[in-house]
Structures are given as structure tokens and as C-alpha cells.
Design a protein around this ligand. Sequence first.
Ligand SMILES: Nc1ncnc2c1ncn2[C@@H]1O[C@H](COP(=O)(O)OP(=O)(O)OP(=O)(O)O)[C@@H](O)[C@H]1O
Ligand SMILES: [Mg+2]
Length: 500
Amino acid sequence: MFLTEVARSATFRLGLRMASAFLVTALLLLAFIYWQTAVHETRRIDAFLTAEAAAVAQESPHHILAEVRQRIAIDLHRVNILALFGPDLRPIEGNLTAMPRGLPADGQAHPVVASLQAPPGTAAPPAPGEADRPPVVEQTVRAVARRLPDGTILVIGRNVDELARLRDTVLRALTLGLLPVLLMSVGAAAVLSIRMLGHIRRVNDAIRGIRQGDLRGRIPLRGAGDDIDQLTISVNGMLDEIERLVYEVRGVGDNIAHDLRTPLARLRVRLERARDGDTSADALRAVLAKAVTDLDQTEAIITALLRISEIEDGQRRAAFRRVSLQAICSEVYQLYLPVAEMRELSFQLETPGDAFVVGDAELLTEAVANLVDNATKFVPDGGTVMLALDADRSPPRIRVRDDGPGIPAAERAAVLRRFYRGDKSRHIKGSGLGLSLVQAIARLHGYTLRIEDARPGCEFTLFCGPEPAGAATGTAADRHAAAGAKTPPADAPWPVITGG
Ligand SMILES: Nc1ncnc2c1ncn2[C@@H]1O[C@H](COP(=O)(O)OP(=O)(O)OP(=O)(O)O)[C@@H](O)[C@H]1O
Ligand SMILES: [Mg+2]
């Protein structure tokens, strides 16, 4: 069962495929070596022998005889074959005891088995009764026979036993070497796939746990830092996002129920009292007016929720156009100027240059308006609110700063959740959906929203692009000080356009 699992695993199959590729390569190499040693070398010897026979044949019979004798005398190892036979094939001179069988006298090289006189001291002792016969050894040779003008036959040859032995050794070494390498490849593939199977089993266990409802479960990393780990990190990132969304949806369900129940319960009590009491027409009208206000609040919550869902759907990307961030900031500034004036706020707009992005102008205006709405809402009477566009930064960024109560570091992530309202601001009207909307709009555009301490108050930065690395260090106040801001935010460091 386990073996079948290993054999069917992708790693094992990959290992086998690589072993097969190696085998084919080794066989090709083998073929090449065989060709080099056997074919090529034999051809070379044949050409040499043919030329040699032709050259010797030019000499006079007397010279040929002397040459044969001389060459035999110096070739102690019998590597060369040289012999002269009479027209009746009887040996006249040379180191062959007889004309090799099947060797035609055509001047071409042929493979033959030749009977040679053994070099002194190499042959076995002669059998009893054969003492007068010279010792003979048989060898595989390449030989050329050529009939000379006087009818005699010249045989020139070369012992190719060495060549054959060398070729056999190479073939045997490669064949014997291949087997262990093949076995090792299959073994390595099996070990790798067993290790991989162990990891896959752990991944499967983790996935099973997640499917059974453990949303906090994550796929284990192998720790090798390889592409599989990269994939695991991506999948775990996706699971983080799914977990966040699932908990958010659960929380949203509870919060919707809670937030809608309050105005509806209030409405019900009012209507019941009006129905049961002895109420005048004017009092009834007042109850109805309050009832409409309660219904408006309920409708506002539902509208805001539907709007967030619509934005998160991502459909609105189709309507993206080139948008001027300066125009958006100016529009929001003009929109909130009356509110700021009413609350006697110092409301400043700093847009020294313009920057253009591709996005949804209406949504971006809504996002900036929500940030300014919060600032003007939570800052105490007479406080300062600043709306700035850093057009020359990359990416451009819109900042909204106030010197109000600020948001404690521990609450900065929470305020982005739907319906979350800080303790300090519960007494101020709102349903805790504004920043969720801003966050949804930022995500739709691929922007980042950051909340920082402005000492006093807080600063919201909307990066119109991915947040650059290193941008999140220090507080907003620190960065302004480092950038050479002469006065702290409360002392109006952005005096470009001031209202209120
Ligand atoms: N500029 C700010 N200063 C202090 N606290 C803030 C500021 N902006 C947001 N907050 C805190 O974050 C919470 C969530 O803000 P959000 O805009 O989502 O909701 P809201 O303003 O209370 O209601 P809504 O925007 O739906 O009318 C606020 O209730 C408040 O506690
Ligand atoms: Mg708000």
C-alpha cells in the first residue's frame, strides 16, 4: 500500500524520468565511445595496412624478403604481422605459420584469425610428440593479402586484440557502472518521495483541520525556503485573509443585528406610547418625526453596509479614470468648510501641487470626505484640522490630521472594522462604518491607509499606491519634525489655505 503510494507520487515519477534521461544519455555516450574505439580506430588501421602493403609490393622480391626478415626480428611482441607465402600458400618467411583462413589476396583489409609463431617465452610448452613444432598462438587480426608479380603472396596485418580488449573493458565498465547508478537514482527518488509524502500528509492534515472549521489552522512550512515554501506562504496568506473575512462577516452579522435593533426598539417604544396614551395631534406629529429620524438612522446603516459590499465586490474598477487628487482635496475642503466654521475650527488645506491617479473620483472623494468628517467631528471646538496632498511623493499621499483626542495605538486596527467605535467617541453621533468604507475604497484602488499618532490628535495617510518600504517608521509628528516643520501641527504648520 505504502509502496504503491510512493511509486505513484509525483516526486518518484520525476526521479524515474530523470534516471531514464540519464540512462539514455549514458547509452548515447556508450555508442559514441564504441564508435570511436571500434569503428574509427579499425578504419584507421585498415587504411594504414592497405597503404603499407601497396608500398612494400613496389619493392623487388629480394628486398621484400629482406624487409620481412628485418621487421620480424625487431617486433618481439608480435604486434605486427608480416609474412610471405608461395603461390601454393606454403610459408616462405614471416611470423605466420599458415595463410589465414578466408583472407583473399585482394589488397584490402579483412578481419581474420591468424596463427602466429609465439614470441619466445610466451607460449605454453609443446605437448609430448610435438617438440619439433614451433609454438603457435591464435590472434584476431586485421590483415591485407596482396599477390606480388612473381606469384608469391604478401600478408601484412596488425594485432587488434588490444583494441578489442580495450573496447570490451570500456563497455563492461560502463555497463557495470550504469546499474548501480540506476539503482541509486531509483533509491534517491524513493527516499525523496517518502520525505515529500510525509510533508504532503502534514499539509493534508492541516487542510482537513481547516475544512472541519479550524480557521486558525495553517499549512506547515518545510523550512527549506524553496518554491514549495513560497507557495505555502502564499496559501497561508490567503487563509489569513479568508479567516479575517469570515470573522469580519460573523462580527458584522452580530453588529448589524445590534445596531439595527437599538433604533428599531426605540421606535417601537415611541409608537406604542403614542398609541396607548392620550396624545394630542401635535404630540403625535412629534412622535412621528422622531420615528422618521430613527428610520433614517436605520436606513443610513443599511445603505452604508450595502455600499461597502458593493465596493468590495470590485466591479467599480471598470469606471476608473484619470483623477486629479488636488481637485478631490479642494472639493472635500469646500464641503466641510461650513462645518469647520460652525465649530470654529482652524481648517487648513495644503495642496501645493497636483498629482493624477487612475481611480474612481466619486469614491476617492467619499474616502477623503469620511476622513475629514471624522477629524471635524471628533476634534473639540476651536481645534485644528488639516487636509494635505503630498503630490511630489511617490506614491502621492493624502493626509488628514487633527489635534483631537487621537486613537490609541491598540485601537488603530480595530477602528477599521465595521461598527467599531472608540470609547472616547461613543457620545458623538455615528455608526462606526465610515473608516470601513475608506478601507474598502483604498483596497479597491490598491492603496494603503495608515493611522498614526500626531501628538496631539491623529493623522490618517492615504497612500495612493502600495505603501513604500520604510514609510511606516516613527510617528507622523516625528517625520514632520525631521522634515523641518517649524512648528507642531497644533500651531498651524500648513498655512496654505486656511478657513474657519
Ligand atoms: N480623527 C479621529 N479622532 C479620534 N478618533 C477617531 C478619528 N477618526 C476615527 N476615530 C475613531 O474611530 C472610530 C470609527 O470611525 P468611523 O468613521 O468608522 O465611525 P464613526 O465616525 O464613529 O461613524 P460613521 O463614520 O459611521 O458616522 C470612531 O468612532 C472613533 O472612535
Ligand atoms: Mg466616521
